[in-house]
Design a binder for this molecule. Structure first.
Ligand code: ADP
Ligand code: MG
Length: 736
């Protein structure tokens, strides 16, 4: 046989028969793709599994090591074939209980053969089976037709457990892996030898052998360390390369001038900046003074004071003779920004008007729905440079919009804007690309920022300005204390009695809705095998409260399927205080601001995600009154859902919650599509747990790119980077 390398077709190595299921179920075509299919974990044959492994595997596949106990063969009538068949029940003993294996056979010989060959009493056995709603029945755990691995045939002390899909069996993966590992030569090593030694890492061939066939945990660990480093390193080299390219781009430094509009505004500010705002402002002004474009992400919850900081940066640019654009995701938000920025600037926004300040500029709004005359005026002021600040939506990206000297682009809520759209705006700048500041209210954990947004600098505002009231959040578990439900509604009455208003939020609109018909298409969190009643629906809860627990109060309903005017009417009535209790879906999540609303009841709160719960409760306690949020749930104490709610109740720190959210989601969801399919680059590396590895790799990658930006000395690494492609930096935020 010819030499077997990384790119050799798997079928030529293991044979078409064995290669087919791997191609079909895992899309593995080559030796290299197989070798990169790493074990999820290892089973020690000396140690039997625990019943807990069955709990943990709800809805999926479970692989267990057990000792074979008693076995019985029963006959039954196979109704379809109209003949006698055989059902074998075998007891498998676990460390703390047992599980029964059931097999069905048409012939007695097959049943007895299995028992003799694989299931002798007292022997160790490794079994894999599907765990579903029927696994626990008749008061015992039962796995139907589990796959049995012959332990004698595979004598390694640690048995790798591989991710599987479809009908693929783990022994098929293991067998192909054994062959591939025995014959492959010439495995490409992306890591320069110097770096490998510096970081005490294995050679790649060794690492691959040890990850698939370790003799002990130490070998498996050393192998994982090396392979994780590779993943982090390749990603970080790609990012370092991008940072390097950016530094080569020249932009106009915007250092401002004393006695200009920045200073005039500073003197008129009605409040002091918080320490956090001052720190962030320093970072931004520092960036603006550089000769290459700023690319900075500013994170901070709604109300944390981002806009004020951004405005001051815009004024600095105006003092440097430039203009600033503020890009908002919706027309409503663009109008809001226009109103509040104009108001904050006061006479500083009235250039060319009588009585305007000498340093004044003009602030113009550019949206799609303006009349032609107003629009023409705005376009003129933008093109002439008379407008120092131009606020708008996507309309700002159109070709007709020309700036005299665009120096800074501020993007509010980055996740609605794609990379190309920002590039379109950058192209409008005269003297090199403008500086860019991206503001987001969705906190991004540090590791994600480093991995996914590795080419953006980040700033964060973590404290809210003084005068904001804290929200108290309490979990109300109905499973433990059904009577508490009544207490919830009397608490609502109390709150209304004090002249305040209350939101009641339900996961669904109508009782007949399936999960898919939620607001904005989001998915309800549902645990497989969940037998609890369907989650609360607005159309049921509103009338039942109005005629029952909350009779006498003014109760209204709102959800996304109402006609726009009705929604608007309900919202206006609530804002005007004509409604005491608004029963709604998550449509109130963003933008709704009713200062007199002090309490929120979240029904079936466990159906919402962490970030969503946090956003929702942010609707109350906005008017200087204390906010109260009750999260009602039927999730059992100790369940993952309950733990999630308790975590949300325990903190109002959006960054902590974002980290938690990340832990609870699968990595694939976080990194976006590209990272979950074939050819994904992060297999072993966890951007949640492997912070240290990522940091080390980042430093190493930066070094490499500084000495050899085009990777001319490391062609294998360059090939890996090319293969990785350019990951879309907005992937994460698109999902958030
Ligand atoms: P964000 O853009 O992060 O949502 P804003 O900049 O719009 O936050 O600020 C929210 C509100 O808080 C505004 O009314 C703003 O005037 C006010 N604010 C901002 N910073 C401070 C501060 N340091 N002290 C008091 N109020 C502030
Ligand atoms: Mg804002």
């Amino acid at each position: 046989m010819a030499q077997v390398t990384w790119d050799t077709k798997l079928a030529t190595v293991v044979g078409g028969q064995a290669a087919k299921p791997l191609a079909e179920h895992l899309d593995i075509q080559t030796v290299g793709e197989l070798l990169e299919h790493y074990p999820r974990r290892y089973l020690e044959l000396e140690e039997v599994s625990s019943v807990h492994d069955l709990f943990d595997a709800q809805g999926g596949l479970v692989t267990l090591v057990a000792r074979v106990g008693s076995a019985e063969i029963h006959t039954y009538l196979d109704k379809r074939r109209k003949r006698t068949a055989y059902r074998t029940e075998v007891e498998a003993r676990l460390g703390d209980g047992q599980v029964w294996m059931t097999f069905f056979d048409p012939h007695k010989g097959m049943a007895t053969g299995r028992l003799e060959k694989h299931l002798r009493p007292g022997s160790s056995v490794m079994l894999s089976g599907k765990v579903g709603q029927n696994t626990f029945k008749r008061n015992r755990w039962e796995l139907t037709q589990p796959e049995i691995t012959d332990v004698e045939e595979d004598p390694s002390p640690l048995l790798p457990v591989y991710p599987l899909s479809g009908k693929l069996r783990s022994d098929q993966v293991r067998r192909a892996m054994r062959i591939a590992l025995d014959v492959v030569t010439d495995i490409p090593d992306v890591l320069p030898a110097r770096l490998r030694e510096e970081h005490g890492l294995l050679e790649v061939a060794q690492a691959l052998r040890w990850i698939h066939r370790p003799q002990d945990r130490r070998q498996a660990g050393a192998a994982a360390k090396r392979l994780k480093f590779d993943e982090a390193f390749v990603a970080q080299v790609a990012l370092a390369q991008r940072r390097h390219e950016q530094r080569l781009v020249r932009s106009e430094p915007r250092t401002g001038a004393s006695g200009g509009i920045f200073d005039a505004f500073d003197a008129r500010m009605p409040f002091e900046l918080t320490a956090g705002q001052r720190r962030v402002e320093e970072e931004i002004l520092g960036d603006l003074a550089q000769e290459h474009p700023m690319r900075r992400l500013l994170q901070g919850e709604v109300g944390s004071g981002k806009t004020v900081v951004a405005l001051r940066a815009m004024l600095r640019v105006i003092d440097s003779g430039g203009q600033a654009a503020l890009l908002a995701p919706t027309e409503v938000l663009a109008q809001q920004h226009h109103r509040s920025i104009t108001a904050m600037l006061g006479d500083l926004a009235e250039a060319d008007r009588l009585g305007a300040a000498a340093e004044a500029t003009r602030v113009v709004l550019l949206t799609g729905s303006m009349t032609a005359a107003v629009r023409r005026e705005a376009l003129l002021e933008t093109a002439s440079g008379a407008a120092g600040i131009v606020i708008g939506t996507h309309a700002l990206l159109e070709g007709v919009v020309q700036f005299a000297d665009l120096g800074l682009v501020v993007v509010d809520e980055q996740h609605r804007f794609g990379v190309e759209q920002r590039a379109a705006l950058s192209a409008k700048a005269g003297q090199g690309p403008p500086h860019e500041l991206v503001m987001t209210a969705t906190p991004i954990p540090r590791t994600v920022a480093m991995t996914v947004f590795g080419d953006l600098a980040t700033s964060a505002l973590t404290e809210l300005p003084a005068g904001r009231s804290p929200i108290q959040t309490t979990v109300v578990p109905l499973t433990d204390q059904p009577a508490w439900f009544d207490r919830v509604w009397s608490r609502v009455r109390e709150e209304v009695g004090k002249g305040h208003q209350v939101y009641v939020v339900c996961p669904r609109i109508a009782a007949t809705d399936k999960d898919a018909t939620l607001e904005s298409g989001e998915q309800l969190l549902d645990e497989p095998g969940d037998e609890r009643p369907a989650p609360a629906a607005v159309e049921q809860v509103a009338p039942s409260l109005a005629g029952g627990a909350l009779s006498g109060l003014r109760v209204a309903a709102m959800h996304g399927r109402l006609p726009a005017e009705e929604k608007e009417r309900a919202m206006l009535a609530f804002a005007a205080g004509e409604v005491d209790v608004l029963v709604s879906t998550t449509v109130i999540e963003v933008g709704v601001d009713v200062a007199n609303a002090t309490m929120m009841v979240l029904l079936d709160a466990d159906r919402f995600g962490v970030s969503q719960l946090h956003q929702l409760r942010g609707r109350v306690g906005r008017g200087g009154h204390h906010g109260l949020c009750l999260m009602v749930t039927t999730a059992y104490a100790g369940s993952a859902s309950r733990a999630r709610l308790e975590a949300v109740a325990s903190t109002t720190d959006g960054f902590k919650l974002a980290e938690l959210d990340l832990e609870l989601r699968r990595e694939g969801d976080v990194l976006g599509k590209e990272q979950s399919g074939k050819g994904r680059s992060l297999r072993l590396l966890s951007i949640i747990k492997d912070v240290d590895v990522i940091e080390e790799a980042r430093a190493a990658a930066t070094d490499v790119i500084e000495t050899d930006p085009l990777l001319e000395q490391t062609p294998l690494l360059r090939a890996a980077i090319d293969a990785l492609g350019r990951r879309a930096e907005t992937d994460f935020l698109d999902k958030a």
